[in-house]
Design a protein around this ligand. Structure first.
Ligand code: HEM
Length: 523
């Protein structure tokens, strides 16, 4: 080797060694970036919006079968990650819950929910804590729930009386259930009912049907993926007309809520002129004068926004769950018969079910769990936003990603559930494979109320209401479909929206099966 070649080869080897060590140092201080989770290829500008289809929880479940349980989508300029298995959901909502405790910005929160002044969309922080604490103490604590137990039982009894008097035409069960859940909540929040019995009895201050329509319209609008939320440059165009509809709907809700608030300030809850302290709204009005621990004051806007949340989140969720439960029970006469045997042995035939009976109704509880599994009222839960980046299952989740948890798909995962599409309450009975599973956010295989810090605030009330209503309807009535319909062909299709409505309302003939005096309740 010539001296020149020796110099060159020495320099070359030295360069390689230098690069090798430098690269190692570089890699150690800046590890190679993790990949984003897999997902379908996005379109330019709009990204994966067209992939969501009319029922996004179905489309996203189908994608999970192709790409796995953690998917990445690009909706316009927004990173969206979707959890579609219990273990991925638990990593987001348990391990990393503190990073996912706010909701992403969206037009619904802005235009309907008083520009984020509510509880559902309030950013995680002092105001959210204040609103949540007020509800926990005055509405959802065990004491508050026990104080209003008689109200729930009375309103359920009023429903049975309306069903008995419903005449020859089939009843729209979902509508009557909605009147019941709304009046029950109204008595706890406002100190009075807002509707008649829904059976055409008259005397409604506000039309029940119109109110349910407003709630359902809100859920449909909130469930719509508004292009402007994801492609900010297109926001002003309001391509789907969603924002215009939201503003109109907000005006209707605001008129309803402002009326209630002003009336309450002047008259007190019961219209007697004496301010009552037992209902939530009186407490909220009294709290307006107090400064809370974090130095915040409750404003009229926050009060109306909270009322809106409670009436929207707390009525249709419970009533449509019971409607699904009854549809399933009607489709499975053997389940109806078994549940009635249990109820007859615990309650007898001479009175209606009470809340204190519920702990003894094991099969009924299993029916309710199975309904929450197959028909979770918010199939994609409510979205969360990542306040910082994190790693899940070896994938990179960027800061500001929107998180969707496909609660609906998780509860139908064939890896977890045998015969996942079948309505089989016995899977939750003692001694069965899922006996110890609850639906309260502890077992991620079935999380209809979500989980973690932002878990449903009204879960305790929702559960009691769904159980009491389902038990009472099963105990109090046999159910016959309108002429020409057969149970095997009952339409179980879902409609589109943030909540899981039935495509075809359940129309039925209730046939009382208890002694007539049991139903004699005057509203
Ligand atoms: C069948 C009954 C119900 C179901 C299935 C249900 C489901 C849900 C779900 C999935 C969430 C989102 C949780 C999350 O982000 O992890 C939620 C939030 C919420 N729910 Fe419910 N809900 C029900 C009944 C109620 C009732 C009766 C009320 C009140 C009267 C209520 C009030 C709320 C509120 C205020 C939030 C927002 C909580 C927060 O952001 O901190 N819900 N609900």
């Amino acid at each position: 080797m010539t001296p020149l070649a020796l110099i060159f080869s020495t320099l070359f080897i030295a360069f390689i060694i230098y690069c090798f060590f430098n690269l190692r140092t570089l890699l150690n201080s800046h590890p190679l970036p993790l990949p984003l989770p897999p997902g379908p290829k996005p379109w330019p500008i709009i990204g994966n919006l067209p992939h969501l289809g009319l029922k996004p929880h179905h489309s996203l479940a189908a994608m999970a079968r192709t790409y796995g349980p953690l998917i990445h989508l690009r909706l316009g300029s927004v990173h969206v990650v979707v959890a579609a298995s219990s273990s991925i959901a638990s990593q987001f909502l348990k391990t990393h819950d503190s990073k996912f405790s706010s909701r992403p910005p969206n037009s619904g929160a802005k235009h309907i929910a008083y520009n984020y002044h509510d509880l559902v969309f309030a950013p995680y922080g002092p105001r959210w804590r204040m609103l949540r604490k007020i509800c926990s103490v005055h509405l959802f604590s065990n004491k508050a729930l026990d104080d209003f137990c008689h109200v729930r039982q009375e309103e359920v009894a009023v429903l049975t009386s309306a069903l008995v008097g419903s005449g020859v035409a089939p009843v729209n069960l979902g509508q009557l259930l909605n009147v019941c859940t709304t009046n029950t909540l109204a008595r706890a929040i406002l100190g009075r009912r807002v509707f008649g019995d829904g059976g055409g009895g008259g005397g409604e201050d506000y039309k029940a049907e119109e109110f349910k329509d407003m709630v359902v319209e809100l859920m449909v609008l909130a469930g719509e993926f508004n292009v402007g939320d994801f492609v900010p440059v297109l926001d002003w165009l309001d391509l789907q007309g969603v924002v215009a509809k939201m503003k109109k709907l907000h005006a209707r809700f605001d008129a309803f809520l402002s009326g209630i608030l002003e009336e309450h300030k002047i008259n007190g809850g019961d219209g007697s002129g004496a301010q009552r302290q037992t209902d939530l709204l009186s407490t909220l009005i009294a709290l307006k004068e107090d400064v809370d621990d974090d130095g915040g004051k409750l404003t009229d806007t926050e009060i109306k926004a909270l009322l809106l949340n409670l009436f929207v989140a707390g009525t249709d969720t419970s009533s449509s769950t019971v409607e699904w439960a009854l549809a399933e029970i009607i489709r499975h006469p053997n389940i109806l018969a078994q549940a009635q045997r249990e109820l007859d042995s615990v309650v007898g035939q001479d009175r209606l079910v009470t809340e204190s009976d519920l702990t003894q109704l094991t099969f009924l509880e299993a029916i309710v769990k199975e309904t929450f599994r197959l028909h979770p009222s918010t199939p994609l839960s409510l979205p969360r936003i990542a306040s910082e980046s994190c790693e899940i299952n070896g994938y990179f989740i960027p800061k500001d990603s929107t998180l969707l948890v496909n609660v609906w798909a998780i509860a139908r995962d064939p890896e977890i559930w045998t015969e996942p599409l079948k309505f089989r309450p016995e899977r939750f009975l003692p001694g069965s494979e899922h006996a110890h599973m609850d639906v309260k956010g502890n077992d991620f295989e079935v999380i209809p109320f979500g989980a973690g810090r932002r878990i449903c605030a009204g879960m305790s009330l929702g559960l009691r209401m769904v159980q009491l209503l389902t038990a009472t309807l099963v105990h109090g009535f046999d159910w016959v479909l309108p002429e020409g319909q057969v149970v095997e062909k009952l339409n179980m299709e879902e409609a589109y929206g943030l909540t899981l409505q039935r495509f075809a309302p359940l129309m039925v003939h209730p046939q009382p099966r208890l002694a007539p005096h049991v139903y004699c309740i005057k509203p």
